[in-house]
Design a protein around this ligand. Structure first.
Ligand SMILES: [Zn+2]
Length: 403
């Protein structure tokens, strides 16, 4: 992973510019910010109290600018953190009230988590090498062995109020230690620092340790040559076109498709345990929005749709067609409502497959569970509050800060 900080001696930059610079460095690294996910923040003291500047929802980290950050009254958000009955719907309303600039972008769903960490600069990523450690059956022991005991582990919690509360609890329990970062189990990494440069350096350092741990156990990344895609042959093209048409019919609308048929992806699709591994879900819950909770393995779109209908329990307004289809004959067919969505989903799925393969090389790949993946897909798709509440209830989440 490259250190992209440039220029190296930017210590005199204003804090927000520094924060934006770190976001862009993170966003430029595919292993840190797959499909632009993650966020950065900075707390800046002023005459009217401390302002928390946090990246708005839906902006790609690689192209972020200061205009994409939302300024919030930190004191108001800290009050929210003390509210044990807070749920994500009320949290969003309260964040809107705490905004210091009404025209600012909608603050990230992880705003409360950024507020809960007492350091000026905070960086949250879905760092691939960390995800390969924390999406395993023995994740707690593995993360501890790879990163050390001063990297705190936060058990899986749904993003928003619950996750922020869990981060606060983890910090309180280790109040005497000097934590170097937080691993959000089955979700990602959080680092911090007095400057954005320090927080970014901490992200790189922990990823380097994770990579070294994985590499030493033979769980290496595929070689670049094994990730090169080729033009599918005529037989593969016909098969892919038939599957795309089958899936579109189930979806009830056109679906664009792209093929990823590198040697790595064909091998992955041909693994004997591919169905068991991928059934565990993507490497971080937000990816469900592009790839769904699991891919179709093989050619039976109707069977997939029937299983996915059951999985969603009638919640929300979803079609039940696959977004990823795996078959050793062509590797992966990735589908989306348009070409851009299919391309984004393909980038996400290739990275997830690498994470899954690396995790499976050191242990069993293990996600947060189907109910949490359903809740993530329902909430991130912008479903109605009643739909989110039903999915939360099925996950056993009270959706409150004390969950
Ligand atoms: Zn996240």
């Amino acid at each position: 992973m490259l250190d992209r900080w440039n220029p190296p001696s930017a210590a005199s930059e204003p804090p927000l510019a520094d924060c934006v610079r770190a976001a862009r460095c993170v966003g430029a690294e595919p292993e840190l910010a797959i499909a632009g996910g993650g966020n950065t923040s900075v707390k800046i003291d002023g005459d009217a109290g401390t302002i928390l500047w946090v990246k708005g929802s839906g902006t790609d980290l690689a192209r972020v600018s200061a205009d994409d950050y939302a300024p919030l009254d930190l004191a108001a958000i800290e009050k929210l953190l003390c509210d044990p009955a807070l749920d994500n719907t009320r949290m969003r309303d309260a964040l809107r009230t705490a905004l210091r600039a009404p025209a600012a972008p909608r603050p990230s769903i992880e705003t409360l988590m950024h507020a809960a960490l007492p350091w000026p600069h905070v960086i949250h990523t879905h760092a691939a090498p960390i995800l390969a450690l924390c999406n395993t059956a023995q994740a707690e022991a593995i993360v501890s062995a790879a990163l050390g005991r001063n990297v705190l582990q936060v058990p899986y919690r749904h993003s928003g109020a619950s996750l922020a509360a869990a981060c606060r609890e983890a910090l309180a329990r280790y109040a005497d230690a000097q934590p170097a970062g937080l691993v959000l189990m089955r979700h990602g990494l959080v680092t911090w620092g007095g400057t954005a440069r320090e927080a970014y350096a901490a992200t790189l350092a922990l990823c380097a340790r994770a990579d070294a741990y994985l590499d030493a156990r033979g769980a290496t990344r595929p070689a670049a040559g094994d990730l090169v895609d080729a033009e599918p042959d005529a037989a593969a093209r016909n098969l892919v076109e038939q599957l795309r048409a089958d899936a579109a019919e189930i979806a009830g609308r056109p679906l664009a498709g792209v093929v990823r048929n590198s040697r790595f992806m064909r091998d992955f699709a041909g693994r004997r345990d591919v169905a068991a591994i991928t059934a565990q879900g993507p490497s971080t819950p937000g990816h469900t929005l592009l790839t769904r909770a699991w891919p179709q393995v093989g050619r039976d779109c109707a069977a997939y749709a029937s299983a996915y209908r059951e999985h969603l329990c009638g919640i929300g307004d979803f079609d039940h067609a696959p977004r990823v289809i795996l078959d050793p004959a062509f590797g992966a067919l990735i589908l989306g409502v348009d070409a851009a969505h299919a391309e984004a989903a393909a980038t996400v799925f290739v990275n997830d497959a690498i994470v899954m393969a690396r995790a499976a090389a050191i242990d069993r790949y293990r996600g947060p569970g189907a109910a949490w993946l359903r809740l993530a897909e329902v909430e991130y798709s912008g479903a109605a509050p009643e739909a989110i509440a039903r999915a939360a209830a099925l996950a056993g989440a009270t959706e409150t800060a004390q969950a």
